[in-house]
Design a protein around this ligand. Sequence first.
Ligand code: ADP
Length: 504
Amino acid sequence: MDNTKKIFLTLGLIVLLPAIFYSVYEISSLDETETMLGELYGRQLDAVLFSVNQHVLDVSSGWATQIENNIANGAFDRILSDNPSITGIIIADTSLNTVALHPRAIPVPRDWARRYEVTFGQLIRYRALKYRKLEPVIDTDSTLLILFAPSSSPTLVAGIMVRTDRFVAEVIGRKLSDIARNDLVLNIASASTGATLYSTHPRTAFEFSQERPLWILPDHVVKVRMLGSTVEEEARARYRENMTLIVALNIVLLTGAVMAYRLIKREMELVAMRTDFVSNVSHELRTPLALIRMFAETLEMKRVKTEAKRQEYYSIILHETERLTRLINNILNFSRMESRTRRYSFAPMDLNALIGSILTVYSYRLETLGFTVETSLAPELPQITADEEAVAEALHNLIDNAIKYSGERKFLRITTSLSGNTMRISVQDHGVGIPKEHHSKVFEKFYRVSQGLVHTAKGSGLGLAIVHHIVDAHHGTITVNSEPGHGSTFTITLPLTIPQQQLS
Ligand code: ADP
């Protein structure tokens, strides 16, 4: 496994895994809270229901007892006037033939004998076991029938006709309001249509936590929720908050991990480049040294016959010494740049003149290598404020590169021009060129384009980093325009003058 993958895995393990574990834990614990709340509401509603059922059972049993007590004399008036929700009382024999109807005008429930035959059959069996059971049935939308077999009259059965809305409001509702007080909202609603029959709160459109069927009103339910912001809503809000936090935390961690990964990767690339640098520089030092030594020895042994040859050897020695000096200067300047101790001394200078003298120094070499050299220098350039030595160093590096990466087509053009308050200097070659993806990186320290065998020339990877630093110190810019196989143009722009306070 390569190092990059290792870093990625390590970062993943130390940063992301705990985040994922925490997220999963949080989400599952929220689930637990929901379940717990569900149970809590369930128990609460069971208690409410028990109390309501007990109450309506007490009330309806009271009615049944009163009817039983008066079944012989038929004096039901009092019961009806005391309980406005009772609309009628039916007494029938065990074959369900009506024996008495109170009030007399009230119609017998439709199809009564056939519909309630089975229910009464059960009630009569209960009576035989000495148990008076009440059986509520919804007769019509507005009428509830409470059927029972009175124990005092073994040959009769009875039905209490009740107006559902009144019964709900006066009997069940009152009890619900007592229970609900200011803490709960309790609703009675139809289980099939969802329509609310009664609510302890004027607002009915609540979201309810739980519901249970109501014994006295078949096909109806009691619903419950807390008044105000419920524990459930609080939990949901907390859930949303936690989820947002978890997502944000994960994003931050992920961004951190990606950034850390990039930094580490960059550092590792730098380490690798530094290692290359050492071997490149050793090579760069060794080559001119070997040449100098070889030619100096040949000269010392007086083996060279002609003066012309001797001159050629001298100039080779001189050239290689210059190369060595430049390389060592580059390294020294680079180390000053790195330790931020490099100082520039700005003074007015003539750029065209500087280029002229640099080209004179290079002329022999360029000529020997077969270069076509073109210059296009803007006439009457004003002087610029710059560190002449540093500008010369930058141009040396650019020209060195143009020569080094010239490939087959030996061409060099140096252009100066003036645009507004800035001076432009271009160094152009027709050499191997630089693929686009490397354009921004070539100015980084130690960076060398080694991909795809673009070139085999040796170098330290410091030249353009130094040029960049120098240009920066002059508040200028450097850009590259290059295409593989079509050569490169490096363009420096320098301000004509640098404000005093910006001079470093
Ligand atoms: P080096 O010592 O490698 O020349 P530089 O910092 O001067 O270091 O250049 C960085 C890299 O940019 C070089 O290794 C080379 O790949 C590329 N480069 C620079 N100048 C040129 C050029 N004129 N033509 C083609 N490639 C160039």
